[in-house]
Design a protein around this ligand. Structure first.
Ligand code: SAH
Ligand code: SF4
Length: 356
C-alpha cells in the first residue's frame, strides 16, 4: 500500500525530494498545491516536471479516503463515513460552532482501552491510522466546503473520534504538526485539542512538546473505585498517577487543561462525587475546567443511564461553590456529542446499506 503524501511533514517531504535528486523548493510548491490550492490529483500540480510527477505517483497516493456517506443535520453538523484503502470504515464529524468550523477526527480503527460506556471501544483496535489518513479527514472536509465556494475554512480540530490518540502518538503528532504548519492549513495549536483516557507516560511526553496544543483528559469519575468500573485503564494508571501527570503537565506548560466528565445516573453523579471531584481538583482551580457531558446511550451497554437535568445542575452547583470552573454541555449539543467521541459505526453502516 502506498502511503498518502498528506502524511509527510514539510521537512519529511523536503528530505524525500532531496533524496530523489530534486530541489528543496519543490516541497514548498507541492505543499502549495496540497494545502492552498487544494488540488485533488497530482496531475493538477502544473509547475512540477513530468519526471517529478511520475515519482510522486509512483511513491504516494494523494487521497487515501473514499467518501461513502455524508449526512448533514439541521444544526449544520456533517458526518462523513470514509472507506480506507484496506476497506476499513472511519467516521469524521464537522461541527459548526460559534467560533468556526471544528472537525473531530478518528485516530484508530477500534480502541483497545475498552471503556464500559463507549461505543468505540466495542471494536478492538484493528490498527492505527497513518498520519496521512488523519490529515486526509481534515482535507476531505475542507474540500467539501471548497466545493461550495463560500470561503469557509476548517479552523478548529478535536482529536476525539474513535481511538486513543496517545496509543498512536507518533502519527497524531505528525498530523498536528502538518495542520499547524503556516504553509499548510495553518491551524493554530490553541485551536486543536487532543483528548486522552489518561495514558500517563504519554501525557508527560506531550507536556514536553513545543506545540501548544490543548489537552483534555477523560476523567469521568472522582475516585478509583468508580473510575475503574468505568475505565479499566484506571487499573494501569490510577488517579494518583494520573493527577501526578496532570500536575507535571501544568507545571511544564502553564496551560489550561479540560477534564471531561460523562454524567451517568447513580454511578458518578451524586453530590458526594461532586465534593470528591472538587477536592481532587482543588489545587488546579485556575488551570482547569470540568466539562459535564450528557451520556449518549449505547444500546449494547444498557447498564448506564444519563443523569437527570436536575442532578447535573446540582453537581454543577457543588463544583461552582467550591470554586471549580465547570460547563454543562447543552441539551442541543447531544446530537453533536453523539457524533463526536461516540461515533456509532453500526448506525452509520446501516445507513450506508440504505444509501447504496
Ligand atoms: N480515547 C480518547 C478520545 C476519544 S473519546 C478519550 O477517551 O478521551 C472522546 C470523548 O468522548 C471522551 O471524553 C469519551 O469519554 C467520550 N465518550 C465516549 N463514549 C461516550 C458516550 N457514550 N457518551 C458521551 N461521551 C462519550
Ligand atoms: Fe477508547 Fe476513548 Fe472510547 Fe475509552 S472513551 S474506549 S479510550 S475511544
Amino acid at each position: 500500500m502506498k502511503p498518502s503524501i498528506y502524511g509527510l511533514t514539510q521537512t519529511e517531504l523536503t528530505d524525500w525530494l532531496v533524496n530523489q535528486g530534486e530541489k528543496k523548493f519543490r516541497a514548498t510548491q507541492i505543499w502549495d498545491w496540497l494545502y492552498q490550492k487544494r488540488v485533488l490529483n497530482f496531475s493538477e500540480m502544473k509547475n512540477l516536471s513530468k519526471s517529478l510527477l511520475e515519482k510522486l505517483e509512483e511513491n504516494f497516493i494523494l487521497n487515501p479516503l473514499k467518501e461513502i456517506v455524508v449526512q448533514e443535520s439541521a444544526d449544520g453538523t456533517v458526518k462523513y463515513l470514509f472507506e480506507l484503502e484496506d476497506k476499513h470504515m472511519i467516521e469524521t464529524v464537522l461541527m459548526r460552532q460559534k467560533y468556526g468550523l471544528s472537525v473531530c477526527v478518528t485516530t484508530q480503527i477500534g480502541c483497545n482501552i475498552g471503556c464500559s460506556f463507549c461505543a468505540s471501544g466495542l471494536l478492538k483496535k484493528q490498527r492505527n491510522l497513518t498520519a496521512g489518513e488523519i490529515v486526509a479527514q481534515i482535507m476531505q472536509v475542507q474540500h467539501y466546503f471548497d466545493e461550495r465556494n463560500e470561503g469557509e475554512r476548517v479552523s478548529h480540530i478535536v482529536v476525539m473520534g474513535i481511538g486513543e490518540p496517545f496509543d498512536n502518538y507518533h502519527n497524531v503528532m505528525s498530523f498536528l504538526t502538518i495542520m499547524n504548519d503556516s504553509k499548510g492549513l495553518n491551524i493554530g495549536a490553541r485551536h486543536m485539542t487532543v483528548s486522552t483516557s489518561g495514558l500517563v507516560p504519554k501525557i508527560k511526553q506531550f507536556a514536553k512538546e513545543p506545540m501548544q496544543v490543548n489537552l483534555a483528559i477523560s476523567l469521568h469519575a472522582p475516585n478509583n473505585d468508580v473510575r475503574t468500573k468505568m475505565m479499566v485503564i484506571n487499573k494501569a494508571y490510577p488517579l494518583e498517577r494520573l493527577m501526578d501527570a496532570v500536575d507535571f503537565y501544568l507545571a511544564e506548560t502553564n496551560r489550561r487543561i479540560t477534564f471531561e466528565y460523562i454524567m451517568l445516573s447513580g454511578v458518578n453523579d451524586l453530590p458526594e462525587h461532586a465534593e470528591q471531584l472538587a477536592e481532587l481538583l482543588k489545587n488546579k482551580k485556575k488551570l482547569s475546567y470540568v466539562n459535564l457531558i450528557p451520556y449518549n446511550s449505547v444500546s449494547e451497554h444498557d447498564t448506564y443511564q444519563r443523569s437527570t437535568k436536575k442532578d447535573i445542575i446540582a453537581f454543577y452547583e457543588i463544583l461552582k461553590k467550591n470554586g471549580i470552573n465547570a460547563v454543562m454541555r447543552q441539551e442541543f449539543g447531544t446530537d453533536i456529542d453523539a457524533a463526536c467521541g461516540q461515533l456509532r459505526s453500526k448506525q452509520m453502516k446501516n445507513k450506508t446499506k440504505k444509501a447504496i
